[in-house]
Design a protein around this ligand. Structure first.
Ligand SMILES: Cc1ncc(COP(=O)(O)O)c(C=O)c1O
Length: 452
């Protein structure tokens, strides 16, 4: 039986009524891409307030690699609720926090002694990574990348690239953040072509130290192994080894922001492992808990322990229910081998998407690793003009036909997949059928307009 079951047009009457209340009471800035109010969810399926069943390929922006309400996660949270709900780790410690740190120290890449700090959100994790890196190196500057996203708090915003809607109007930003181009081969900042470019973008860091910021003032380079909000841009194999080597040479720390790439999305627990990136610090959040807020910074023990007692923390950081959920999530990933599943799902998408790419002018680039897959849509394959409006139409067609997915990219022209890794084969095929229908619909509409 099909997972998608539509009883009303989307959005249905109850969703529409709630949207009226939402518009009156909630700030417009708290944007949502799908005008559908949810009632219940399980695995990869959500049921809305009108009784429609939709497939969730956004996963709460990549937080649900283990699916909605995985039974063992819900059970772990329930057990914790029966014990205690909050003390603040800064007042009274508890075992769950320690156990999560032990697990992350063991699971994150790097065969050195590690320590972990728990916080609440991805932005808080990237902010704390910067605090720790500056405290350790006693240097002020941070290098981040074009098209990067590191969160919405002030330092995180400064490190984030995209102006609208994330930064414009919120200036000024903290200083000492310097930006360099990412390995975005489809839109190379230097108009070069891989591999003849010899990965100029990575080597160019040395030039940055001469012309932009002195190497001896740089505390860290913060980088997403694959750009998340920036459009699932996936660097070539040489990029990170070269970048890491240059950083090591100048005693600059490498912070891998695995907030979106983490927890098996790319067919390994952390994308660094597949991309030759050897970070000193790793930031994590999103799918760590299967839906509760929690984030972490894990890194070399000697670096993590530079800030003195009391210098890091927060009232809710490492909440007991989130810790219980995280331990259950890490068990599921291992027991259900979600790494292998991510690769299977990624291959299923790639088979279909490469057909779409040869069939339609609209599908300019197909990229990703494991289940972190995306398509960049363009008006023409030769000009690569971003098809932002068409991308919005594809997403709209999808939710109107029972598939929730979200877009990405600095030009808003990327369709990205963030489905739970527990999605079944038939649900995956159903979702890809809807996506194919959406591309056909938008491509035909475009062709009809051109003919007129
Ligand atoms: C790579 C990356 N870093 C940081 C963040 C910020 O996380 P949060 O929204 O939990 O603050 C995100 C969120 O999308 C992200 O993708």
């Amino acid at each position: 039986m099909s997972s998608i079951q539509l009883r009303t047009d989307i959005p249905g009457p109850r969703s529409q009524a709630l949207m009226k209340r939402r518009n009156a009471a909630v700030v417009q800035a708290a944007y949502h891409s799908t005008p559908v109010f949810i009632a219940k969810a399980d695995g990869a399926v959500i049921e809305d307030v009108d009784g429609n069943r939709l497939l969730d390929f956004a996963g709460g922006i990549g937080c649900l690699n283990t699916g909605h309400r995985a039974p063992s996660v819900v059970e772990a949270i329930r057990r914790q609720l029966d014990q205690f709900l909050h003390t603040s780790f800064n007042v009274l410690p508890y075992e769950g926090y320690v156990a999560v740190c032990e697990r992350l120290n063991a699971l994150t890449p790097g065969k050195f002694r590690k320590k972990t700090l728990l916080v609440n959100t991805g932005a808080e994790a990237t902010e704390n990574a910067v605090k720790i890196a500056r405290a350790y190196t006693k240097r002020p500057a941070i290098i981040s990348f074009e098209d990067a996203f590191h969160g919405r708090t002030y330092m995180a915003m400064a490190m984030t690239s995209k102006t609208h809607p994330y930064k414009a109007g919120f200036e000024p930003f903290p200083s000492e953040v310097y930006r360099i181009p990412y390995a975005y081969c489809y839109r190379c900042a230097y108009s070069k072509t891989y591999p003849s470019c010899e990965v100029h973008c990575a080597r160019h860091l040395e030039d940055t130290f001469k012309r932009v910021v002195a190497a001896e003032t740089v505390a860290a380079v913060i980088v997403e192994p694959i750009l998340g909000e920036g459009g699932f841009v996936t660097p070539p194999a040489e990029f990170f080894p070269i970048l890491t080597e240059i950083c090591r040479k100048h005693n600059i720390l490498v912070i891998a922001d695995e907030v979106q790439t983490g927890f098996s999305r790319t067919g390994v627990l952390f994308a660094c492992e597949r991309l030759g990136l050897e970070p000193d610090l790793i930031t994590m959040a999103k799918s760590l808990t299967g839906g509760l807020p929690m984030a972490a910074v894990t890194g070399r023990a000697e670096i993590m322990d530079t800030p003195a007692s009391g210098q890091l923390g927060g009232t809710f950081s490492g909440n007991p229910a989130s810790c219980a959920a995280a331990l259950a999530v890490l068990d599921i990933i291992e027991k259900e081998n979600l790494n292998a599943r991510a690769d299977v799902l990624g291959r299923r998408f790639r088979e279909r998407a490469s057909e779409w790419q040869s069939q339609w002018e609209l599908v300019g680039d197909v990229r990703g690793i494991g289940a972190m897959q995306a398509m960049e849509l363009v008006r023409s394959k030769s000009t690569r003009q971003p098809a932002d409006e068409e991308t919005r139409q594809v997403a709209q067609y999808c939710y109107e036909h029972g598939l929730v997915l979200i877009t990405a990219g600095s030009y808003g022209n990327v369709i990205r997949l963030l489905m739970p890794l527990v999605v079944t084969d038939s649900q995956m095929d159903e979702a890809l059928d809807v996506l194919e229908g959406a591309l056909a619909h938008v491509a035909e509409k475009k062709a009809a307009l051109t003919a007129v």
